[in-house]
Design a binder for this molecule. Structure first.
Ligand SMILES: [Fe+2]
Ligand SMILES: [Fe+2]
Length: 198
């Protein structure tokens, strides 16, 4: 229990539950505040739902005989799980409590690969709105650690929207051309999940 300078070391996790929820204590222990904790738990659910939505799209694309597109969506679903776990870990590191809420049921079917990617693009725009809202809250709460974490998500969302829109545009260009669609499908089969790049 005694540290390098003979000072009494009390494990932070033991005492942080008992400290008053004031700004001073939060600054000392970097413990997450209640408002930010609630937002983060809501976002864990949103990220898990994103993964669920992309798995539903993957299943539909398999059904449409587009295994490459389906593979791309399966990888995307793994990415969303990774996003959820980054918030999960952050909450734990800062003495917060992870709460897993019920995940909404996504739809099962889309009219075409284009319609599915349009849905993904729209969903990413919604998530960007959520991340921006969380950044507003983190600034209001003077929660610098969450602001730092959210910067990663802000950059990630730029990439996510850009990628989804690029496929929407490619699919619009392809139109009814089956040969080009199958060619793009083959290209998309090559995508793999590499968390360190995400
Ligand atoms: Fe995400
Ligand atoms: Fe995403």
């Amino acid at each position: 229990m005694y540290g390098a300078n003979n000072l009494l070391v009390v494990p932070i996790r033991v005492i942080q539950r008992d400290i008053p929820d004031t700004m001073e204590w939060k600054k000392v222990f970097a413990m997450i505040g209640k408002v930010m904790e609630d937002e983060m738990n809501k976002q864990i659910n949103e990220e898990l739902y994103s993964g669920y939505l992309y798995l539903a799209i993957a299943a539909d694309l398999e059904d449409k005989n587009l295994p490459g597109f389906a593979n791309w969506m399966r990888v995307q679903a793994k990415e969303e799980q990774f996003h959820a776990m980054k918030f999960f870990d952050h909450l734990n590191e800062r003495g917060g409590r992870v709460k897993l809420y019920k995940i909404e049921e996504p739809r099962f079917e889309w009219d075409s690969a284009l319609a599915a990617f349009e849905a993904a693009y729209e969903h990413e725009q919604h998530v960007t709105g959520r991340i921006n809202h969380m950044m507003d809250v983190a600034i209001r709460e003077s929660d610098y650690a969450t602001q730092s974490l959210l910067r990663w998500y802000v950059d990630e969302q730029v990439e996510e929207e850009d990628t989804a829109l690029a496929y929407v545009e490619k699919l619009r260009m392809i139109g009814d051309h089956k040969g080009l669609l199958l060619q793009l499908d083959r290209e998309m089969a090559a995508r793999t999940f590499t968390p360190e790049d995400e």
